[in-house]
Design a binder for this molecule. Structure first.
Ligand code: SF4
Ligand code: SF4
Length: 196
């Protein structure tokens, strides 16, 4: 029988830990932002007097003049730690906690779609598939009952709809050059790299 998803008590892992993607040389990624979310995120950070770094993440097409993409289709909100971890909008200073005991998101009601979708990465008729880095997924199962995950699915669908139309285009990824000290020598210089 499929389990019901719930956040693990006191966990904030998905707002803290950032992954190297698509491989270590590209550095750690930040929180995915759609282009229309970038300005909103900058405004939100400013209203909390937070300094944030938002890098491009994925681009498409060829811009011969700049040797980069013609269009940026995704950005990323970088972590505030030097190693790339800790979303800057995570409230780690106050004593406020979320209902399951994790740190609070300062902009919970306005958080990006990628945060609203997480940890769901796929769905089918019977179950939802979770990201393997989610603590629930690590401890119990990455296949869960679809019940109570409507808002996650809705956010995931909106993200997917945004990316579907560029499937046959030239794709660029942005290397962040951010990561743990021990990996620094493997990291590509920050900038765009052609994928296909
Ligand atoms: S979604 Fe997963 S990683 Fe994030 S707080 Fe919940 S259990 Fe932890
Ligand atoms: S914006 Fe909020 S929900 Fe998203 S990673 Fe940052 S703290 Fe977590």
């Amino acid at each position: 029988m499929l389990r019901e998803f719930h956040c693990i008590q006191d966990c904030s892992d998905c707002c803290i830990n950032r992954q190297y993607y698509p491989s270590v040389d590209y550095g750690k990624i930040g929180v995915l932002l759609l282009p229309e979310e970038k300005k909103e995120m900058e405004n939100q950070a400013e209203s909390y007097k937070l300094k944030v770094s938002i890098y491009p993440r994925v681009g498409i097409g060829m811009n011969k003049k700049s040797d980069g993409p013609r269009q940026v289709i995704a950005y990323q909100l970088m972590g505030s730690n030097i190693n790339g971890d800790y979303c800057p909008l995570l409230d780690i200073r106050s004593n406020n906690r979320s209902p399951h005991g994790g740190f609070n998101c300062l902009i919970y009601n306005e958080r990006p779609l990628s945060c609203r979708a997480y940890p769901v990465i796929k769905e089918n008729n019977t179950h939802a598939k979770l990201d393997c880095n989610c603590k629930f997924s690590c401890q119990y199962s990455n296949q869960v009952n679809k019940n109570l995950l409507e808002s996650e699915f809705s956010a995931l669908t909106r993200i997917k709809n945004n990316f579907e139309w560029f499937e046959d285009q030239t794709i660029w990824r942005y290397a962040t050059h951010v990561g743990e000290k021990r990996f620094i020598k493997f990291l590509l210089p920050r900038g765009w790299y052609l994928q296909k």
